[in-house]
Ligand binder design. Sequence first.
Ligand code: ZN
Length: 242
Amino acid sequence: MRVAVVSDIHGNLHALEAVLSAVDALEPDELWCLGDIVGYGPRPNECCRAVRERASVCLVGNHDLGVLGTIDLAEFSGEAATAAYWTRSILDDDARSFLTGLRPSAEAQGLELYHASPLDPVWEYVLTEEAAHAALDATKAPAVLVGHSHVALALTPENGEIAGGLAPDGASAEFGERRFLLNPGSVGQPRDGDPRAAFLLLDLASRRAEFHRVEYPIEQTQREIADAGLPAILGQRLAHGQ
Ligand code: ZN
């Protein structure tokens, strides 16, 4: 069985469409989504519809919860809060009811999935060695999947330390003999210096994970961000992947 994993789509429909067509070409058996379907980006309703139709497992993220009102937007920084209020104002009933039914963690096919981390599935960023140790200590699955940081990562314990790190396009990880913490990176707002949309392909039989990046028309999303009156920085940062 092969599974494509996406995360942090953030209302960027052009990035999501590019990823879904790259995923289709690989013909996986399932699509999983680690959450943050909305927030920041200009096409939240269309992204919710596409994910609802395609994903067999889907988590909810902090931005989704902020838009729903489950999390107080006082916890969000400037542009994130502005974009969340805007998203809340245009979110349609179908998208709202889809997001309302989601949880921030799941188990699927013997793997553990969290939007953010095992210790705090909604908020904690796993970007340090300490956080990676804690996440792996708190779990048992051969591969633990997290999103939230928008940084594609493959981390594994080695002699009491954490080996691995950034997982660029074409990187792979074998989670057969050693455990891995894997972050597919972000579809709609990458922050690891590569502006291309990210996804992960898992082969559960051979226990191999493969990181992918896909070009998409960034300028179309930037134009939609401007047309929606969202903060300009949200468009600008897409060009740099930061
Ligand atoms: Zn996110």
